[in-house]
Design a binder for this molecule. Sequence first.
Ligand SMILES: Cc1cc2nc3c(=O)[nH]c(=O)nc-3n(C[C@H](O)[C@H](O)[C@H](O)COP(=O)(O)OP(=O)(O)OC[C@H]3O[C@@H](n4cnc5c(N)ncnc54)[C@H](O)[C@@H]3O)c2cc1C
Length: 246
Amino acid sequence: MGVKKLSVSLLKYTPSPEEAIAMGAKLCYSPAGLEELKRGIEARAQDSFLERLLDSGHLSPIEHASFTFGIEGVSRSLLAQITRHRIASFSVKSQRYVSEVSAQNEDGVFGYIVPPRIEALGPGAVLVFKEQMKQVQEWYDFWVDKLGEHGASTYEDARFVLPNAAETKMLVTMNARELLHFFSLRCCSRAQWEIRALAIEMLRLVKQVAPVIFRDAGPGCVKGPCPEGKMSCGKIGEVREQFKKL
Ligand SMILES: Cc1cc2nc3c(=O)[nH]c(=O)nc-3n(C[C@H](O)[C@H](O)[C@H](O)COP(=O)(O)OP(=O)(O)OC[C@H]3O[C@@H](n4cnc5c(N)ncnc54)[C@H](O)[C@@H]3O)c2cc1C
């Protein structure tokens, strides 16, 4: 195990997500039946209709499209932040049922994330960090031994010595409306670096399959004034350029 890096993939999503959204929205305004609506939607591009829908703020139809991400190489610190998003669904690797004992880890240490600012201090600093993780591994193994039988009741207590840096894996599902909200908060430069990197990667992935819905997604300043007031990074031009290119 040892050092782990962020890895995120879009595992599943609503087929033809923008058609599903257009269908829901058109139903609201049309006397036509579902079959007729479906044929009309399949026959024509829906881009301008979807853009008007987003601009009008009529956002409930975009809840019809959902996206499931597989996420690895993130810290328990990130877990605490992402699970604050209540409209999302989560499945997370358990520290009760999955042991972190050294004998079961490839190179004898549980997986962990090294913060980039520590990496930037150079190899010496990274080595210190790695030694600290090894020390934690020894504490963890000590408590597993002391508590006796291997199993959930031992791991659930031994894990109390594990750090925020410990790696976790999860499946996360969000609908398009929640994703737009998540991106507005977590792609902003005020967000913490790890969840920001994850959010930007998630946005890059969904833009490929629902380009109209996510065209202006990103921090609030991508399509309006910066909502951060005095806390603004003051780099609105650069930020807009970055998200346009994503
Ligand atoms: C830069 C930054 C710093 C942060 N710092 C801290 C911190 O120091 N301490 C801390 O505790 N948290 C902090 N947070 C977390 C933050 O307070 C929110 O918990 C988190 O961003 C989830 O946002 P949300 O509640 O809008 O989103 P979600 O839970 O995804 O909800 C989406 C939207 O649904 C609606 N909604 C959901 N549930 C309810 C409800 N029960 N009642 C009414 N409306 C609801 C709201 O409109 C909400 O915006 C921080 C977040 C950011 C981005």
